[in-house]
Design a protein around this ligand. Structure first.
Ligand SMILES: Cc1cc2nc3c(=O)[nH]c(=O)nc-3n(C[C@H](O)[C@H](O)[C@H](O)COP(=O)(O)OP(=O)(O)OC[C@H]3O[C@@H](n4cnc5c(N)ncnc54)[C@H](O)[C@@H]3O)c2cc1C
Length: 459
């Protein structure tokens, strides 16, 4: 035993895992392939960073639990915080034809707090905070070469190579955490050790993001700071979000089967923005200025490596974040999942430093399964359980009916809580909420009937 933990990858999942490990391990080394910038700047290893990132409230709360005081620190360094009861005035969310109540106050604004900062800004401040922990070292500009297994069925370290000199060194560790993201090579490295690859599930969406950082000099002419719209017709989505230092991110996300030509200029982006940004913001948007070119990011779909079901899962190796499960990012769940994985790691470490990988990955599977089910495109399900498939369909049907009633603030708040993972999806099916939804539908039907007594009253 070396009392040394090694984390592979200094993205958000790796940094949060390192924070969890720092409580129990004498030393923690985070190995990162990129040379890490000394500021909130984009870098090669996180190509998603220029694109719209909106972290769910559950994610923020979990990050704060792992690193107390982090959110106050983040707010002090820039970036708006949305934490008042009149959230609706600052957030414009539209899902197809459904509109949400934007005028009445929510009952529990603290649970729905949101920080408006860019992804490089969050990552940089997380990195600063984790690097300041006395027992954590971040070794950047190093690549992972292979996993070491000095004992059968036990990972005992990793060899890494310096990207400048090519020098390779072996790091022994009693725990190795893979947080290398979507391109994780762990399935291959396990195969090389004769342990085989974990089973995996996947779905394809051929997604593409187009984003541009912009400045909106007239941003005081409107109150909205986060706009997320799924237009009723198009397959794509649009988003505009404020970030630190008066920068905004404008994003259009599509699936590549979209027949429209892709945006390549600021003018193209503005034309698309006008399709989803509320009209009262158009004049301010017309005077906006681009800060970057249009950035493009493509992704094939989602993949979940089922380490929980791997028959030859070795001791001493855990996998977290996108390396375990990468989702379709349009639902904005990835960072929250990374935070929940780190939280689960901390819980398991409290039972002793020798974490049982099967139990750990099973715990992550329990967190991942409902998110995975909701993340897939409509009509696509990889679940083999009839019960879960039916549950998923019921929740989707219920959500449709509930969305139709979202001009009621109680319904709006419950939807926002579920989407932000504060409440589980089952809370949408609670009898008191369904009674409100039913009353709403009856009232709407009666109104329609009174207006047009002879007409068909079906919605
Ligand atoms: C376009 C897009 C938009 C997104 N929007 C959102 C959003 O709105 N909200 C949200 O919550 N999530 C969003 N996500 C998902 C989110 O970015 C990730 O889920 C989250 O950052 C967790 O990532 P990670 O740390 O697991 O992996 P990554 O962020 O990919 O980090 C992996 C790290 O490992 C390093 N690495 C890789 N290979 C090696 C190697 N061989 N050796 C050493 N280091 C290595 C990389 O350089 C990188 O630093 C989005 C993703 C995309 C693609």
């Amino acid at each position: 035993m070396t009392d040394h933990a090694v984390v592979l990858g200094a993205g958000i999942a790796g940094l949060l895992a390192a924070a969890a490990l720092a409580d129990t391990h004498a030393t923690v080394t985070v190995v990162e392939r990129d040379r890490l910038p000394d500021g909130p700047f984009e870098r090669r290893g996180t190509p998603q960073a220029p694109h719209l990132h909106s972290i769910l409230s559950r994610g923020w709360l979990t990050i704060e639990e792992l690193l107390p005081g982090f959110l106050a620190d983040l707010a002090a360094r820039g970036g708006d915080v949305l934490d008042d009861a009149h959230l609706g005035a600052r957030i414009h969310v539209q899902n197809g034809p459904y509109t949400f109540n934007r005028t009445d106050p929510v009952a529990d604004p603290a649970a729905l707090t949101m920080h408006l900062v860019t992804r490089p800004f969050v990552e940089f401040h997380l990195r600063r905070r984790v690097a300041a922990l006395p027992n954590v070292t971040i070794t950047d500009d190093h690549d992972i070469v292979e996993l070491a297994a000095a004992q059968p069925h036990r990972i005992t370290g990793v060899s890494i190579s310096d990207r400048r000199t090519g020098h390779t060194q072996a790091l022994s560790a009693d725990l190795v955490i893979d947080a290398t993201g979507r391109g994780s090579r762990t399935p291959l490295l396990l195969d090389n050790l004769g342990l085989g690859r974990p089973p995996r599930r996947s779905f394809t969406v051929h997604g593409v993001y187009y984003s541009q950082r912009i400045t909106i000099p007239d941003h005081d002419t409107f109150r909205e700071r986060l706009i997320l719209v799924v237009p009723p017709t198009a397959a794509g989505r649009g988003g505009l979000i404020a970030g630190e230092n008066d920068t905004w991110t404008l994003t259009v996300a599509k699936h590549t089967n979209d027949p429209h030509s892709p945006p390549t200029t600021f003018a193209d982006m503005l034309a698309l923005a006008e399709e989803f940004v509320p009209p009262h913001i158009h004049p301010a948007l017309q005077r906006a200025q681009p800060l970057t070119d249009v950035m493009v990011h493509r992704y094939p779909g989602g993949t979940w490596h089922r380490y929980d079901r791997h028959p030859h899962q070795p001791e001493g190796l855990l996998v977290v974040g996108d390396a375990l499960c990468c989702l379709d990012p349009i639902h904005g769940q990835g960072i929250t999942m990374a935070a929940l994985h780190a939280h689960a790691l901390r819980t398991h470490l409290r039972h002793g430093r020798d974490v049982d990988p099967r139990r750990f990955h099973q715990a992550l599977a329990a967190v991942t399964a409902p998110v995975w089910a909701m993340n897939q495109p409509p009509g696509h399900t990889t679940t083999r359980s009839v019960k879960h498939a039916l549950q998923g369909r019921l929740i989707r049907w219920g959500r449709h009916k509930i969305l139709q009633s979202a001009d009621d603030i109680v319904v709006t708040e419950r939807l926002i809580r579920v989407v932000n993972m504060i409440d589980p999806p089952q809370r949408l099916l609670e009898p008191t909420l369904l009674a409100r939804v039913a009353t709403h539908h009856i009232r709407q039907t009666l109104t329609r009937y009174r207006r047009h007594p002879g007409a068909n009253t079906h919605a």
